[in-house]
Design a protein around this ligand. Structure first.
Ligand code: GRF
Length: 210
């Protein structure tokens, strides 16, 4: 295992992996000063696994069917992350809820990116929910993960306009562009700036959000 002194990130995915690619690109460009130590998927056919392999990042598949219950599955993932000495966990399209035990194992060290301005439209198909609700602005949120779905303290958000002729696809594409910009930037700040959480509020010492 390479030890270059950089903070070590584990990325959890279930599918396409475009946010993983954004993290890989940010590490490559030096904008994100970290090592992507391992990418873990709960789906063996997740396209993101190929992106990780191309970038020579270690990969693992941990399928929930191999475990009797969610706690066992969570423990397996936490154990794998510990093996790779991961200090920060980034969920990037990981479609499983992580339980309290997992969150306790990585206190204030699990981030997620969600395609809406939380607390609006948590859960699946956030872009469809936003369109159907008729909002004129939506966006993306980077937040800490707690056992409650999409409800942890917010690290960063960015807004996009919702156009009258938007479809789920066009709105999702506009939001995804913003996701790819804010996720690596927020991860860099969490790793390299000083911050605190008071109640639900995350604040960075002496500077503004990216
Ligand atoms: C993104 O829209 C992310 O916000 C959500 O799941 C999607 C994952 O896309 N949590 P990708 O796998 O990163 O391309």
């Amino acid at each position: 295992m390479i030890d270059d002194g950089l903070p070590r990130i584990g990325v959890l995915i279930s599918g396409r992996g475009s946010n993983l690619q954004a993290l890989i690109a940010a590490v490559g460009s030096g904008a994100l000063k970290a090592r992507l130590a391992v990418v873990i998927s709960n789906k063996p056919d997740a396209a993101g696994l190929a992106h990780a392999r191309e970038a020579r990042i270690e990969t693992m598949v941990v399928g929930q069917r191999d475990y009797a219950d969610r706690a066992g599955f969570d423990r397996a993932i936490a154990g794998a992350l510990r093996t790779y000495r991961v200090g920060l966990v980034c969920l990037a399209g990981f479609m499983r809820l992580l339980g309290p035990e997992f969150c306790d194992a990585f206190p204030n060290a699990v981030l997620n990116i969600h395609p809406s301005l939380l607390p609006a439209f948590p859960g699946v198909e956030a872009q469809r929910q936003a369109l159907e609700h008729g909002v004129k602005v939506s966006g993306a949120t980077v937040h800490f993960v707690t056992p409650q779905l999409d409800a942890g303290p917010i690290v960063h958000q960015a807004a996009v306009a919702v156009h009258d002729d938007d479809t789920v696809e066009s709105l999702s594409a506009r939001i995804l562009e913003v996701e790819h910009a804010i996720y690596p930037a927020a991860v860099q700040r969490i790793l390299h700036e000083s911050w605190r959480i008071e109640g639900r509020r995350v604040s960075f010492a002496g500077s503004r959000t990216p």
